[in-house]
Design a binder for this molecule. Structure first.
Ligand code: PEP
Length: 250
C-alpha cells in the first residue's frame, strides 16, 4: 500500500473572519488538486470556513480535541464538536500543545481514540528538540513518541503522522534532506512493524518551516508523503505553491 499525499495547513491561533478570503482564494486557485488538501483553522472558524468553501476539494480540521465526548471541561472542545462543525481531521500532540499544555504521549493516545470515535482522521505530531538532536537521541525520542502516542488500530484511513522537529517549527531552520530521510525511513519501518500493510499506507508528513521555495526538495525525500505547514499556510499564494510542489512530487 502506498500512502496518499496530503498538504495540511495549521493556522494555529491566527485567523479572524476576514481571513476566510484566503481559503476561498485557495479553493478557487486549486479546484481539483491531485493531492489531499486540509486547512486547520482556530475552532471559531471551522464552521464558517466549511460554509465558505462548501463544494471545494479542501477539507477542514481542528487543532486539538479533548479525550472525552462531553462534560465539565471548561474551555475544551470534543472531537464530536469538531465533527459537528464540519471538521474531518484533527491535529493532535503538536509540540506547542505538548509544551504549553503539558500534553503527554498517553494523553495524545487517548485523544486519538476520541478522534476516531467521532470519525475524524487523527494527525499525530512527534518530533525532537534541538538538545535531543544534538545529544544524538532523535530516533529514540521519535520512536518512543510514536509508540506511546499511537493506539492499536491505526489504519491508513484513520491516522496521519507528522514528524516535526521542534527546533524547525516557525524558525526558518530546516533539517538536511538526509536528516529528514533518516527519520522518515525509520518511522515508516516502525509503522509497518506495528500495523503491517496499514502502516505502509499511513501518510507521513514533514513539518517545520516548509515554504514554496523548499517544498520540492523536501517532497523528493523518501517516505515524505506531504507536509504540515504553519506560517506558510496562512496565505493562499504560499500554500498554493506548496500544494503544487506536492502535486509535482513522484
Ligand atoms: C507547524 O505549526 O506545525 C509548523 C510546522 O509551523 P511552521 O511551518 O511555521 O514552521
Amino acid at each position: 500500500m502506498t500512502a496518499r499525499k496530503l498538504a495540511a495547513g495549521n493556522w494555529k491561533m491566527n485567523g479572524l473572519a476576514a481571513d476566510l478570503a484566503e481559503v476561498e482564494a485557495l479553493a478557487k486557485a486549486h479546484p481539483s488538486p491531485a493531492v489531499d488538501v486540509l486547512i486547520c483553522p482556530p475552532a471559531t472558524l471551522i464552521a464558517p470556513m466549511c460554509t465558505r468553501i462548501a463544494g471545494s476539494a479542501i477539507a477542514v480540521g481542528g487543532q486539538d480535541c479533548h479525550a472525552v465526548e462531553k462534560g465539565a471541561h471548561t474551555g475544551d472542545i470534543s472531537a464530536q464538536m469538531l465533527a459537528d462543525a464540519g471538521a474531518t481531521n484533527v491535529i493532535l500532540g503538536h509540540s506547542e500543545r505538548r509544551t504549553d499544555h503539558y500534553e503527554t504521549d498517553a494523553s495524545v493516545r487517548l485523544k486519538t481514540q476520541a478522534a476516531w470515535s467521532a470519525d475524524l482522521v487523527a494527525i499525530v505530531c512527534i518530533g525532537e528538540t534541538l538538545g535531543e538532536r544534538e545529544d544524538g537521541e532523535t530516533l529514540d525520542i521519535v520512536g518512543g513518541q510514536l509508540a506511546g502516542s499511537l493506539p492499536d488500530g491505526c489504519t491508513a484511513a484513520n491516522t496521519v503522522v507528522a514528524y516535526e522537529p521542534v527546533w524547525a517549527i516557525g524558525t526558518g531552520k530546516v533539517p538536511t534532506l538526509d536528516q529528514i530521510a533518516e527519520v522518515h525511513d525509520f518511522l515508516r519501518a516502525r509503522l509497518e512493524e506495528r500495523f503491517g500493510a496499514e502502516g505502509a499506507g499511513i501518510p507521513l508528513l514533514y513539518g517545520g518551516s516548509v515554504k514554496p521555495s523548499n517544498a520540492d526538495e523536501i517532497f523528493g525525500v523518501s517516505n515524505v508523503d506531504g507536509a504540515l505547514v504553519g506560517g506558510a499556510s496562512l496565505k493562499a499564494a504560499d500554500f498554493g505553491g506548496i500544494i503544487e510542489a506536492l502535486e509535482r512530487a513522484e
